[in-house]
Design a protein around this ligand. Structure first.
Ligand code: 4FD
Length: 241
């Protein structure tokens, strides 16, 4: 999968050289190409923005510069995403859907904004990572690249996107490692029992408990199995005690 990122702040994307996303690039499972919009300025001072028509504070990025930048990366099957607080909020379902694309072009704006005419001409989808305002679209673009790349085959070890939070609609169960006793608190006995059926049941119930206590809104969307309904009733009784 290929990502082209169009930005005035290419250095911010150094963060994607770390950890799993960095490894995925080294293995050529994903290709992240960061393009500086400023490089397409025709101006001798490399100016990319100008004052808004009609007046007002701030500056607006000029449409021809963004359009030339876009034309330098676009292919037949590209999808252009503009990261903005006005977009549809990104969900895990949307992330999975986007992972089926071959080529994403991510356009990063700033509070100053981009001339509307080029947005109307090139943007396929406007996406927000949540209802809050940031100084730029770069962090949202990185959130999108990270979340989408996890679905690209080979990036994570097999099955890990299928078992996790949100893919089954529930939060995750708690994890424990050594030491067996930490500050007088022991690891739950069942996890040391080696009884895999009991371990799986315990984990399912704890996932239900986490969801009920931390994100009860998620349970309303989720179709509970008979076993899950029973766990939920047990949890509600335990909470009252
Ligand atoms: N919630 C988000 C995206 C961008 C952003 C910007 C118009 C402001 C938050 C276009 C206005 C881009 C988000 C930059 N803040 N700020 O996803």
């Amino acid at each position: 999968m290929k990502f082209d990122v169009l930005t005035l702040f290419p250095e911010m994307f150094e963060a994607l050289k770390q950890s799993i996303i960095g490894k995925a690039q080294e293995k050529n499972l994903i290709d992240i190409n960061v393009v500086n919009i400023r490089d397409f300025s025709k101006n001798k001072h490399k100016k990319a923005d100008d004052t808004p028509y009609g007046g007002g504070a701030g500056m607006v990025i000029m449409p021809d510069i963004v359009y030339d930048c876009y034309n330098s990366v676009k292919k037949e099957d590209s999808k252009v995403i503009y990261l903005s607080p006005q977009g549809k909020v990104l969900t895990q379902k949307k992330v999975e859907e986007l992972s089926k694309q071959k080529h994403l072009i991510l356009l990063c704006g700033h509070y100053e904004g981009i001339d509307q005419r080029v947005l109307d001409k090139i943007v396929d989808e406007e996406i927000s990572i949540g209802d809050y305002v940031l100084t730029g679209g770069e962090i949202p673009a990185m959130v999108l690249i990270d979340s989408v790349s996890r679905y690209v085959k080979g990036v994570l070890k097999e099955e890990s996107t299928k078992e996790e939070s949100f893919s089954n609609g529930l939060l995750e169960y708690p994890q424990y490692t050594k030491p067996e006793i930490f500050e007088n608190t022991k690891v739950p006995d069942v996890l040391l029992s080696g009884h895999h059926e009991n371990i799986n049941k315990w984990r399912k119930k704890e996932a239900m408990r986490n969801t009920y206590l931390k994100r009860p809104d998620l349970l309303k969307e989720y179709n509970l199995s008979k076993e899950e309904k029973r766990y939920l009733e047990e949890i509600k009784n335990e909470v009252q005690k």
